[in-house]
Write a protein that binds this ligand. Structure first.
Ligand code: SF4
Length: 331
C-alpha cells in the first residue's frame, strides 16, 4: 500500500540520482518553488484526518486535487471518490475538493443527511466572497477562467444565474453582450495564467467605464510563484519537464509559460511518460511540478535521468514560500 506520507514535499532536498559514470553530463535546473501548495496540503490532510476520525470509508466528491497519484494513494487509505452526491450512501462522511463547490452542493449534502467537510482552499473562498459582494451591489460579473473547470463551476454557484459571464480572451471581452457603461466587476480563476489574465483585465478596463475588481490579484500566490519560477528555468534550459496531471489547470499553465521561453516542453505525470526524444544529449533541462503534484513525481524524473546521464542538480529558487493554512477542523 502506498502511504500518503510518502507524498510529502521534500522541496529543499532532492535526492541525488545514482548517476551513470561514463555517461554525458546534463544539468538539471530545478524550479523552487514547485509542487504542493498550502491549499493542496490542507485538502489532502483533511481527507486523512476524516479517515482517522471517522474511519474508512470516507467519500470525496470529485478529485480532492487534480493529481491521479494523490487520488490513488488516498483510495489505498480508504477514501472513495465519487462524481456526485447521489453516489454517497445516507449517513456517510463526504469531503468537497480544494477547488470549491457551489452553495447548492453543500445544501444538497445537508438534505441527504451527510456529514460534510468543505476542503475548499481559503484563497478560492476569498474569490467566492468577492463574487457575492459584487453581485449584491448589482454589478454584472465577468469571470476570467476556463469554462467547465471545477473551480469556475463552484464560483458560478455563488453568483446569480443570468448575470455572470465567463471570458477567456480579449476577443471574448469584446463580444460580451453588455453596454460599455454597465456596472461590472471581474474575478479571476486562482490558477489562471498571470500574463493572459493581465491582457484580459486590460481589455476589460479599456471597454467598461464602471468596472470593479479585486483589491489584490485573485491568482493565488502558488500559481504566481510557480509561473515565475518556471519562466526563470525555461529561459536557461534546452528542454523543460513539467510534472503534473493533464487535468490540472496549474500544470497546463506551467507548460504554457515554459513554452514561451523554451522550444522543448513536456507535461508528464511521472518518469514513465518521459519523451526521451525531447531530452537533449547534454546541456540543461529544467524541471518543475504543479501545485497538486507530489515531489515523488519529480524525484522519479531525476532518477530516470540518472540512469542515462551524469546529473548535476542546480536548484533555482526565485522566492521562498512560507504560506501555511490552518488545518480544516474535522471532528
Ligand atoms: S493552487 Fe492556489 S488556490 Fe489552488 S489550492 Fe493551491 S493555493 Fe489554493
Amino acid at each position: 500500500m502506498r502511504q500518503l506520507s510518502s507524498l510529502k514535499l521534500q522541496r529543499d532536498s532532492p535526492a541525488p540520482p545514482s548517476t551513470k559514470v561514463d555517461a554525458a553530463e546534463i544539468r538539471v535546473l530545478l524550479a523552487a518553488p514547485r509542487g504542493f501548495c498550502a491549499g493542496v496540503t490542507r485538502a489532502i490532510d483533511a481527507v486523512r484526518d476524516a479517515l482517522s476520525v471517522h474511519g474508512a470509508p470516507v467519500y470525496v466528491r470529485r478529485a480532492i486535487v487534480h493529481n491521479l497519484e494523490v487520488v490513488r494513494s488516498l483510495e489505498d487509505e480508504g477514501a472513495i471518490f465519487v462524481q456526485e452526491l447521489d453516489e454517497v450512501p445516507p449517513g456517510s462522511v463526504v469531503l468537497f475538493s480544494a477547488h470549491g463547490v457551489s452553495p447548492a452542493i453543500i445544501g444538497d449534502a445537508k438534505r441527504r443527511g451527510l456529514t460534510a467537510y468543505d476542503a475548499v482552499c481559503p484563497l478560492v473562498s476569498k474569490v467566492h466572497r468577492e463574487v457575492r459582494r459584487h453581485q449584491q451591489s448589482g454589478r454584472k460579473l465577468i469571470l476570467i477562467g476556463h469554462k467547465g473547470h471545477p473551480e469556475i463551476e463552484g464560483t458560478l454557484g455563488h453568483a446569480s444565474a443570468g448575470s455572470t459571464f465567463i471570458v477567456n480572451s480579449a476577443a471574448d471581452v469584446a463580444a460580451l453582450p453588455l453596454t460599455d457603461d454597465a456596472p461590472t466587476a471581474y474575478a479571476v480563476q486562482t490558477t489562471y495564467s498571470v500574463n493572459d489574465a493581465r491582457d484580459i483585465v486590460d481589455a476589460l478596463k479599456a471597454r467598461f467605464n464602471d468596472l470593479a475588481g479585486p483589491s489584490s490579484s485573485d491568482i493565488c500566490y502558488a500559481t504566481t510563484n510557480r509561473q515565475a519560477a518556471v519562466s526563470e528555468i525555461a529561459a536557461r534550459a534546452d528542454a523543460v519537464i513539467v510534472a503534473g496531471d493533464p487535468s490540472s489547470s496549474n500544470a497546463n499553465r506551467l507548460a504554457e509559460v515554459a513554452a514561451a521561453y523554451c522550444d522543448s516542453v513536456q507535461l508528464i505525470a511521472n518518469a514513465s511518460e518521459i519523451d526521451w526524444s525531447k531530452v537533449p544529449d547534454s546541456g540543461a533541462i529544467g524541471i518543475t511540478a504543479a501545485a497538486s503534484t507530489p515531489e515523488t513525481a519529480v524525484q522519479s524524473i531525476i532518477d530516470a535521468l540518472g540512469l542515462r546521464y551524469q546529473v548535476r542538480i542546480e536548484q533555482v529558487e526565485t522566492v521562498r514560500e512560507t504560506v501555511v493554512f490552518k488545518r480544516l477542523a474535522v471532528a
